[in-house]
Design a protein around this ligand. Structure first.
Ligand SMILES: Cc1cc2nc3c(=O)[nH]c(=O)nc-3n(C[C@H](O)[C@H](O)[C@H](O)COP(=O)(O)OP(=O)(O)OC[C@H]3O[C@@H](n4cnc5c(N)ncnc54)[C@H](O)[C@@H]3O)c2cc1C
Length: 420
């Protein structure tokens, strides 16, 4: 069997790996000259089951609408984006009910937990190096109402596998000594012992090298132009480097996946939601956090990756523009400094690595995995803010679908039905 995987981000490369391990001849196509060159490049680097909640939650649409025009707000909807995203926006709003939010969260949690188990196997089998850390993660709160609300939310998810502990500042400081200097400003924390961290790009690049060693062919610097359909099946992939044929095709092009489906009459609701990261060397602030910390109110994270700190944040609906705006990056870094003054010792806007990426977001907050209305065309796209966290699980189940095998997890909420 021969399969073409379109996209060499973390999702495309893990798909290629599981297919190759099953004896499939795999070809990966990407317009960039290396793996993980777009959204999987400098993302937050946290494998967080703790963030399994969809962004389509009660209250979210109002919060987005209030952000219009506030260019330094952590969450920003640009007016110019509205004409192209209204259909997606309405569907997103329809998902913002407590019932749908909980269903979406439990599906993401299932997939994330599966990923962590598969990733452990991969580490043991392949010895991949990617600044991996298994210290858990923590969300911190300066406001008692937010702390209580999030604790209640996590409690409701415990039966679906959410592993957490709501703790006071004495325990939080014992687990993460970097909180000691600011403990009086906080009311509590939620600790997630199962979460992990690691550099997604390093992981993806290392796994791509393993794949190449197993016979996967990577066609870089090649742009996909169209899918050719004849008699109800995909018969070829047209690229700027020639026409390619295979028995099956997997789409893993992140936010760009819908663009090749539109001409086939399939409307896939994935919209790009931009975010930024600021990465700096950690040497000047050695006593900073060891485990990933998320400030749920200011919407930023800080994650130590080897000898660097990476701070992810910012939610911006601005179409396909993926340029890193220094003002938004600086606003993010200023928020980090307002909570962790020590971060100022290693941050300098002029020398920091500023990056932006497009989260491939679906209205439900769940990815689309497996079948499409075309029998030999499969999806592995729409992972939003959780692509690294859900990577191995998604790709394993998509490989199962391509091979006609039963996936190991319940797929409800994780497939494209045309109505989600
Ligand atoms: C600021 C930020 C922080 C994040 N932090 C985290 C985090 O801490 N943890 C987490 O789990 N997730 C995080 N994410 C989300 C995660 O990065 C994404 O969900 C994930 O990278 C998506 O992977 P992907 O392979 O689907 O897409 P991509 O990595 O974007 O890969 C798609 C590939 O398709 C290729 N492509 C597209 N169109 C074409 C074409 N026409 N022809 C050829 N090739 C094409 C692109 O070149 C690209 O390489 C974060 C995202 C952002 C923006």
């Amino acid at each position: 069997m021969k399969v073409i995987v379109l996209g060499a981000g973390v999702i495309g490369v893990t798909t290629a790996y599981y297919l190759a391990r099953a004896g499939v001849e795999v070809h990966v196509v990407d317009r960039r000259s290396a793996a993980a060159a777009e959204t999987s490049s400098a993302n937050g680097g946290v494998l967080h089951t703790s963030e399994a909640e969809p962004w389509s939650r009660p209250g979210a649409p109002l919060q987005m609408l209030r952000s219009i025009g506030r260019t330094d707000a952590p969450m920003l909807l640009r007016l110019s984006a509205l004409p192209r995203m209204w259909r997606w926006g309405l569907s997103f709003a329809a998902h913002c009910t407590t019932r749908r939010y909980r269903i979406g969260m439990s599906a993401n949690l299932r997939l994330s937990t599966y990923t962590l188990a598969l990733l452990k196997d991969l580490r043991e089998q392949l010895g991949l190096e990617y600044d991996q850390a298994s210290r858990g993660s923590m969300k911190i709160y300066s406001n008692a109402r937010s702390f209580d609300a999030m604790t209640e939310e996590a409690e409701a998810m415990r039966e679906f596998g959410m592993d957490f502990k709501a703790i006071g500042m004495a325990e939080a400081t014992a687990l993460e000594p970097a909180l000691a200097p600011i403990r009086d400003t906080l009311v509590g924390a939620i600790y997630y012992p199962s979460d992990e961290a690691g550099d997604c790009a390093k992981f993806t690049t290392a796994l791509a090298a393993v794949c190449a060693g197993e016979g996967v062919t990577f066609h870089y610097d090649r742009t996909v132009i169209a899918l050719r359909r004849e008699q109800g099946r995909i018969t070829a992939v047209e690229t700027d480097g020639g026409v390619m044929t295979a028995d099956a095709v997997v789409l893993a092009m992140g936010s760009f996946t819908p663009l090749v489906l539109r001409p086939l009459g399939i409307r896939l609701p994935i919209y790009p939601v931009k975010g930024v990261t600021v990465t700096v060397p950690s040497a000047a602030w050695p006593e900073g956090p060891r485990m990933p910390i998320i400030d749920d109110q200011l919407l930023f994270g800080i994650n130590r990756l080897g000898d660097r700190y990476r701070c992810p944040g910012s939610v911006e609906i601005a179409g396909f523009d993926a340029a890193a705006d220094p003002r938004r990056c600086d606003a993010l870094a200023r928020n980090v400094i307002s909570v962790f003054p020590g971060f100022a010792d290693c941050y300098d806007l002029q020398t920091a690595e500023l990056w932006a990426g497009l989260r491939p977001m679906t209205p439900s907050g769940n990815p689309y995995l497996g079948p499409t209305p075309i029998p030999n065309l499969f999806l592995n796209a729409g992972h939003g803010h959780l692509g690294w966290t859900m990577s191995c699980g998604s790709s394993r189940v998509v490989a199962d679908c391509v091979l006609g095998q039963e996936p190991a997890i319940d797929m409800s909420g994780l497939t494209f039905t045309g109505h989600n």
